[in-house]
Design a protein around this ligand. Structure first.
Ligand code: GLC
Length: 534
């Protein structure tokens, strides 16, 4: 299959400008929708500027002929609502009556609720999001233990369940911080998503009062204390156990997974814009600034891989000692897997899955790369390169159902060693190279930010051909994502909400402001390393 034709992007931008009912700004092909172009369009104000919270409603709202799937999706999303004492507080992970095993899919997952929340915000229904943010911050205050071990105060739950007692007519909440999860891993991503969602709520409603409450300020500080605490780290990235995020099973994502690093970066920047300038807030802001500075340098330098960088690593010397070492982590070139040499196009690049001593996980992970674009962890050039890669490797990364969670799958002996023979994560299934419709919203947002809505449109077309007909599966299997996943739930809420958010973003790109951060001009550009040993 050929790469996506990007020549249509000028007319796409024309169309966007027309929909926004504003004169077209001169945006070059492939230039990012950066701070300047957004502020020219009047839709991306700096969050710190006075009155900068509003995301003005676009004149384009309701001007589209909606796809018939949209109404079905809204109905399904509303059926998934969960109530606590009469108030909606979240959405259930899957409303799949046909499935015999409920497991924990009848719970409200923090990460799963994010696309639901964005859909409600974009539709002008912020109350459920506010209720969710307040409920989860209350849960954070509880003592949490796994066996006899007490977890950090700031830990946020992976999920919670509302238990209704029909006799006493009371509701209570049961939360899971990892003590019930398969593998007993605490979700590192939950706290980050919570902060990111608080910013989205504030940005979309213009209501700063929620973020300013003492509960939310304290909640943020507790999350930040956990991830900014000093220890034995030599890297600014965050050290994690396997399975502590969306990929919540053993998949070789321990160490410094890209998903967590990108969310960490985005949460730090989001918190910066919401922390109060009081003594406690200021102390955290100083720590955040230092960490962001080091983190962006580390990620942009060592996680970034393109053709040139791959060639440099291929020619690395090893066993270097001292400050002058170029191959700082002592990566042995023989450890580069064969597939990367074929996969890496001349045009394009991405943040690899993981970097730690003598280990580079070269796998592509969609969520981390899209969040890196949205948070401006990626420079504008890197963001454009990531989109180039998606175009160049469309068959592998999108295929027949957007979007592949990671590429490539691990199989045979490697699968046995890395997953511990996980029967759910067999090759090209579930977390191991499966295709997850929820990722469509992240791809769409990244496409809009980089000025390439035509890529998103192509992906949405693919989803529209199957999703409703197939009953909104959780994931698809196979090299090109053609088969409904082996154990996929139907009516998976984030597949439904992800589709709605993608549609609304494309129809009204002004929504992007709530989940995107413009480039921080103070972050020093990465030093381009190019080494030659000849
Ligand atoms: C699976 C996914 C996880 C998701 C949960 C609920 O465990 O791996 O990311 O949050 O299902 O949908």
């Amino acid at each position: 299959m050929e790469g996506v034709n990007s020549s249509s992007s000028i007319s796409d931008l024309d169309e966007l400008a027309r929909l926004l009912d504003r004169p077209r700004v001169n945006i070059e092909r492939k230039r990012s929708f950066d701070e300047r172009s957004f502020s020219e369009m009047g839709i991306f104000d700096n969050v710190n500027s006075p009155g900068g919270w509003e995301t003005p409603v676009s004149s384009a709202r309701n001007s589209f002929e909606p796809h018939p799937m949209v109404a079905e999706a809204w109905d399904a999303l509303r059926r998934s609502l969960v109530y606590f004492r009469g108030q909606p507080v979240g959405t259930i992970a899957a409303y799949d009556h046909a499935s015999e095993e409920v497991l924990n899919y009848d719970q409200v997952f923090v990460r799963d609720f994010v696309p639901s929340a964005l859909a409600f915000l974009m539709n002008g229904e912020p109350d459920i999001v506010k209720n969710f943010l307040l409920k989860t911050i209350q849960i954070q205050g509880r003592e949490k233990r796994i066996d006899r071990f007490k977890l950090g105060e700031g830990a946020m739950p992976a999920s919670f369940k509302v238990i209704h007692d029909p006799i006493k007519e009371t509701d209570s909440i049961n939360a899971d911080f990892g003590e019930s999860a398969i593998g007993r891993v605490a979700p590192v991503d939950s706290g980050f998503w919570w902060i990111i969602l608080l910013r989205a709520y504030t940005k979309s409603t213009g209501d700063t009062s929620l973020a300013e409450t003492s509960e939310c300020q304290k909640g943020m500080r507790l999350i930040l204390s956990l991830c900014l605490s000093e220890g034995f780290d030599t890297f600014p990235t965050l050290l994690c156990a396997d399975g502590c995020s969306m990929v919540d099973r053993r998949m070789g994502v321990y160490g410094y997974p890209i998903e967590i690093q990108a969310l960490f970066f985005m949460a730090l920047r989001s918190a910066m814009s919401m922390l109060k300038h009081d003594a406690e807030g200021k102390e955290f802001m100083e720590r955040i600034v230092k960490r962001l500075h080091a983190l962006s340098f580390h990620m942009r330098s060592y996680f970034w891989l393109d053709f040139q960088q791959l060639n440099d690593i291929y020619r690395y010397k090893t066993e270097e000692y001292s400050h002058t070492a170029v191959n700082k982590f002592n990566v042995i070139p023989d450890s580069i897997p064969e597939w990367v040499f074929d996969f890496m196009p001349l045009r394009g690049g991405y943040f690899i899955g993981n970097v730690s001593p003598a280990r580079m996980d070269f796998r592509w992970f969609a969520l981390g790369n899209c969040v890196a674009i949205l948070a401006s962890l990626a420079t504008p050039e890197q963001s454009a390169s990531i989109m180039d890669l998606i175009e160049e490797r469309w068959e592998e990364l999108v295929g027949e159902m957007p979007v592949k969670i990671c590429h490539p799958a691990i199989e045979s002996h490697e699968w046995r060693i890395v997953t511990g023979c996980d029967p759910k994560n067999t090759r090209w299934s579930y977390h191991n190279g499966g295709s997850w419709p929820v990722l469509l919203w992240l791809l769409t947002a990244a496409c809009i930010k980089t000025g390439r809505p035509q890529i998103a449109r192509r992906a949405i077309d693919l989803a529209e051909a199957r999703l409703l007909k197939d009953g909104w599966p959780e994931y698809y299997d196979g090299k090109s994502g053609r088969f409904i996943g082996k154990q996929a739930r139907k009516f998976q809420t984030w597949s439904i909400a992800g589709y709605l958010v993608a549609k609304m973003l494309l129809e009204d790109p002004s929504h992007l402001g709530m989940i995107s951060l413009e480039e921080d001009k103070q972050t020093k550009p990465v030093i381009k390393r190019s080494y030659s040993w000849t």
